[in-house]
Design a binder for this molecule. Structure first.
Ligand SMILES: [Ca+2]
Ligand SMILES: [Ca+2]
Ligand SMILES: [Ca+2]
Length: 202
């Protein structure tokens, strides 16, 4: 009985701990003026490199008073980020737990990425060491965050973002799916109760 109980608990832990990977955000809100829907930042589509910065698949704006806050839906331990931004500007990604107080996660410099000034356009970049689109300045130390905020810092004042994708795993107050954790938890508790009864008889 003890062996099967251990197996059940391990199976339950495996299910709960398996939520690692690409994060599906709950939503995004833009402040300031910009063209196209802010939802394009998290729609899962990354514009091909060299796409025009004012393409229908990008969110574009002028100046440096615009920002977009992505709500991941809950707290995650973040490991990596990939994004698509206009090639000739500096962009910052900030993180927050409460959506109010933000800290800088990383800021890329003008010229980061492999898209050259001519023909220019959108550049896909990420923090995956060894990847063709890896950018050193995006290689951040792990943080626990719920919100991510992207903004342009400096450049030619013509800015665009096509996608922001975060990778991590659920932590903290995550509520497990009732269909998985609840079932295994109930079975494990029943097993534990039975095991205790048996152990008590010895
Ligand atoms: Ca997109
Ligand atoms: Ca690239
Ligand atoms: Ca630009």
């Amino acid at each position: 009985m003890k062996r099967s109980l251990t197996a059940l608990v391990l199976a339950g832990l495996t299910l709960v701990g398996s939520a690692w990977g690409q994060i599906t955000p709950a939503g995004v809100v833009g402040t300031g003026s910009f063209a196209n829907s802010a939802d394009l930042l998290i729609d899962g589509f990354t514009p091909p490199q060299n796409t025009n910065w004012q393409d229908a698949t990008t969110v574009s704006w002028t100046g440096f008073a615009t920002a977009f806050t992505i709500d991941l839906g809950q707290k995650y331990r973040l490991f990596d980020v990939a994004w698509s931004v206009d090639n000739n500007d500096s962009y910052a990604l900030d993180w927050s737990l409460d959506g109010v107080n933000f800290s800088n996660l990383f800021t890329i410099a003008i010229g980061d990425g492999d898209v050259q000034p001519s023909p220019g356009g959108m550049d896909t970049m990420n923090s995956f060491l060894g990847n063709a689109d890896y950018v050193t300045s995006m290689d951040f130390g792990t943080v626990d965050a719920r919100y991510l905020r992207v903004s342009a810092v400096t450049g030619d004042s013509l800015n665009a973002v096509g996608e922001v994708t975060a990778y991590g795993r659920e932590i903290g107050a995550a509520v497990p799916e009732p269909s998985t954790y609840g079932l295994f938890g109930a079975v494990a508790l029943l097993g534990l109760a039975a095991w205790r009864r048996r152990a008590g008889r010895r």
